[in-house]
Design a protein around this ligand. Structure first.
Ligand code: G6P
Length: 373
């Protein structure tokens, strides 16, 4: 069994550390620097059809649904087409408005989640075009959708999804770029820097993984807390949701993810010295707003676990080294930071769970893929 885990204590840890490789595999043969485009013939949907779409609908469950929420930002921002996101389990029962002018993209690691498959069937019944972003070749989702974008993460054994999630985000960047090119929303020169950033991503994730000992130390300081709040803005809001979900799944600690700007409308009432607040603060256009959130937490006696990027001078001065923690990641292209920021949250959940003596690879009550409703 140790051999299967390649020397790692758990599959979850092994799979977290496989991410640079998994991302690299997911990029192989897909980036065309020459054309400033992405090569994805397996989606089976031609440029003319992509250009004529009136909407993209992203459907998924669990962690894959968080990828869908990031996908909405990516596709709307890059391809300038409206995107709707729903849970498989909701979509199928709400008489969705969907037609042949819509592209439905189901996102599913296993390709076997019953609710996601039912949502795909519902959309196809109304004539929607369809693609599955999937990690398992030959699975139901890949057989039932017209086209696919395979994530090449390799088998994921840990019940809590890690490398499948980050490769789904990579697949969504690729799909967003392809749609953007087909619709003329981006020029080859606008696409090239993103392709360059994707090429550098495995190395950046490798650098983030080298911070693992710091995250283990943060876990040691906070593992006895009974609640956590995760805050993010924009594309990092779904990453906050994913950080909270990972912690819940493997450590059984109650955790909530929130868009940081909404904290004042409720969660702020929870803040006291017992509630650590994990703030995702990449150096983006809302960085100053996140500083405001950090101040609000500090003013109420809360502890902050700040995850930020190199080169920001302000955050540290707000924190108390005794009570707060800060993790500084390498600066990356703004479209890549949801991916790099996911990694420390996975490691935090893992190390907290191990300290609490939980069965990380097979958490109670959870299944790797839920094939019944
Ligand atoms: C289960 C797993 C989750 C996963 C979800 C969706 O609940 O425990 O980790 O995110 O199913 O799975 P899928 O295979 O469709 O991505």
């Amino acid at each position: 069994v140790m051999a299967e885990k390649a020397g790692y204590k758990h599959f979850m840890l092994k799979e977290i550390f496989e991410q640079p490789w998994a991302i690299k595999e997911t990029l192989v043969g897909r980036l065309s620097m020459e054309h400033g485009d992405v090569h994805l013939p397996e989606i089976n949907i031609d440029s003319t059809t992509l250009a004529g779409l009136s909407r993209v609908v992203l459907l998924a469950c669990g962690t894959s649904w968080h990828a869908a929420l990031v996908g909405k930002f990516l596709i709307e921002q890059l391809a300038r087409v409206p995107v709707e996101v729903d849970y498989g389990s909701e979509y199928r029962y709400r008489q969705p408005i969907v037609s042949a002018a819509d592209l439905v993209v189901v996102i599913t690691q296993s390709g076997e989640t019953a609710d996601t498959l039912a949502a795909l069937r519902e959309a196809r019944r109304h004539g929607a075009r369809s693609i599955a972003i999937c990690n398992v070749i030959g699975s139901m989702a890949t057989r039932e959708a017209e086209g696919t974008v395979q994530t090449h993460a390799g088998p994921e054994i840990g019940v809590a999804s890690t490398k499948a999630f980050t490769t789904q985000l990579v697949a969504l960047v690729l799909l967003a770029l392809r749609i953007a090119r087909a619709r003329g929303a981006m020029t080859p020169d606008q696409v090239r820097p993103v392709l360059q950033a994707l090429t550098e991503l495995p190395r950046h994730v490798e650098q983030v993984l080298s911070c693992a000992p710091y995250i283990e130390d943060i876990a040691r300081r906070f593992y006895q807390c009974s609640d956590f709040l995760f805050l993010g803005r924009g594309m990092h809001y779904p990453i906050a949701l994913e950080g909270a979900l990972k912690l819940k799944e493997v450590s059984y600690i109650h955790a909530e993810g929130y868009p940081a700007g909404e904290m004042k409308h409720g969660p702020i009432a929870l803040i006291d010295e017992h509630l650590p607040v994990v703030t995702l603060a990449p150096r983006d256009h809302v960085f100053e707003k996140m500083l405001g959130n950090v101040q609000e937490v500090k003013a109420r006696g809360g502890s902050v676990i700040a995850i930020t990027e190199e080169g920001e001078p302000h955050l540290w001065s707000l924190l108390d080294p005794q009570r707060d923690a800060r993790l500084v990641l390498p600066p990356v292209h703004p479209l890549m930071s949801p991916i790099t920021m996911t990694v420390p949250l996975q490691l935090l959940a893992y190390h907290v769970a191990v300290r609490r003596g939980c069965d990380v690879d097979q958490p109670r009550n959870l299944a790797k893929s839920v094939t019944v409703e």
